[in-house]
Design a protein around this ligand. Structure first.
Ligand code: PLP
Length: 426
């Protein structure tokens, strides 16, 4: 009721009645529960879990890691996107299974934590950090993890930032590895293969404090470009052409031995399968496909299994749906849309997620969303009691994973472990 606005009541009341003549009558989508989710529910109850929890199915996660690694050409490196897998234990697990010692990191607190926990790993920044964030990183890096500071590739998008980082390198008395961000069509900033890039390369070639470590060119815009009339293929060819030109420019400033050693990073989950040779990129980054939130339900990612779910306890289960102030419309609404017949209220809610089990559940836009006790409606076959669990599939992983405390790890019918997440910081 808390979210029920007067406007929503009016729209919902009038809208529900008025729409009958305009739309097809919806089918009842409710049905028996999926055995897969019932098994997780039993495991949660056995483990004594009774709060909204993020669950990772370790068996499915492992299958996804293996799928990803099998897709890569033999000499292609894999970099783990920490932002999309925001838990040290999760990253550690993926490192072990994939054999990768490369991580893509996106903020200073995560950079600091990963440097302490995995000082032997290579970290490439996935976005340029303000130089003062890099300064904080060095000033808080304990002596014991000092070597981790030399394994970082700092992402640089402009010549101005390059100068700032050169001053930082002098101040901290280290040679900093610099990776140049390329704009290969995403237009999120970075260098194009032009004069500004030449200047950056020249500075790197002559600097005592900076070392050219490679390029990062991200092209997540490509799958959204229509394939009609060859648009997508042209955009892809254009992106790779820019990358190639950037490599040609680099070859004009550095000897072949240096060029050979460069990190040539590209891709993300939706695009890594475009790279079936290492002609352009010699490593790809991916994270989200390993847990597969709904935003990654794409054709290229069909072989991946959803491996992360929110489990939310049912607080109240009601045999009919009653709308506050609109009780007169309850019966006609139910007759029109059988999916609004029954109501449950869950513990928590308003997450970036879609309910998936029991089948046929939906949010109620008239009642409104709630982070405290969310209303979900279902059809005649909805059969769920208080203290059972509803399962939802996240839309994305990066921010959502940090909303539930430790991740509950599910495998073979049991909750087998708890993996702490990074603190929600930027
Ligand atoms: C630079 C960069 N590379 C790769 C990725 C891919 O991450 P994911 O595989 O989780 O989509 C991202 C995501 O935002 C990114 O910013």
């Amino acid at each position: 009721m808390a979210n029920l606005s007067r406007r929503a009541m009016l729209i919902g009341g009038v809208g529900a009645a008025g729409a009958i003549t305009l739309m097809n009558k919806p089918e009842d989508r409710s049905g028996p529960r999926d055995e897969y989710f019932l098994a997780i529910q039993t495991a949660l109850k056995t483990a004594g879990i009774a709060t909204p929890s993020l669950i990772i199915d370790r068996h499915r996660l492992n299958q996804n890691i293996d799928t990803l690694m099998q897709h890569l050409p033999s000499d292609m490196g894999y970099r783990i996107v920490a932002k999309s897998l925001p838990s040290l234990s999760l990253i550690e697990h993926i490192r072990r299974r994939s054999g990768s010692d490369r991580i893509m990191t996106f903020n200073q607190p995560m950079l600091s934590q990963l440097s302490l926990a995995m000082p032997e790993a290579s970290q490439l920044l996935g976005k340029p950090l303000p130089v003062n964030a890099a300064r904080t990183f060095f000033s808080t890096l304990p002596e014991t993890a000092s070597a981790a500071g030399d394994k970082i590739e700092w992402l640089i998008d402009t010549n101005h930032r390059l100068e700032q980082y050169e001053r930082l390198a002098q101040d901290v008395g280290r040679t900093l590895k610099i990776n140049l961000e390329l704009d290969i069509g995403l237009h999120r900033g970075g260098f194009e293969p032009d004069q500004a890039l030449s200047s950056a390369l020249q500075k790197l070639a002559g600097s005592e404090y900076l070392e050219f470590a490679g390029y990062m060119g991200y092209e997540t815009h490509l799958p959204a470009i229509p394939t009609t009339l060859g648009w997508q293929d042209r955009a892809k060819a254009g992106a790779w052409n820019k990358y190639r030109q950037a490599l040609t420019l680099a070859a004009a400033h550095f000897d072949p031995a240096t060029i050979d050693q460069l990190t040539r990073n590209a891709a993300g989950s939706p695009t890594y399968r475009y790279y079936d040779t290492t002609e352009i990129a010699n490593e790809i980054s991916a994270g989200s496909c390993l847990v597969k939130p709904t935003h990654f339900d794409t054709d290229l990612l069909t072989p991946f299994l959803p491996a992360a779910f929110i489990a939310a306890p049912v607080i109240k289960s009601m045999p009919i749906t009653r709308m506050p102030g609109l009780e007169f419309a309850d019966a006609p609404t139910r007759a029109w849309n059988p999916n609004s017949s029954k109501t449950i209220f869950i513990y928590g809610g308003h997450w970036l997620a879609d309910p998936v089990d029991p089948p046929g559940l939906s949010y109620n836009s008239t009642f409104g969303r709630s982070s405290n006790q969310e209303m979900l409606n279902g059809g005649a076959a909805l059969d769920i009691a208080a203290d059972d669990f509803v399962f939802l599939r996240p839309h994305q992983s990066e921010a959502l994973f940090m909303q539930f405390g430790d991740i509950a790890i599910y495998e073979d019918g049991e909750i087998v472990d708890y993996w702490p997440v990074f603190p929600a910081s930027a």
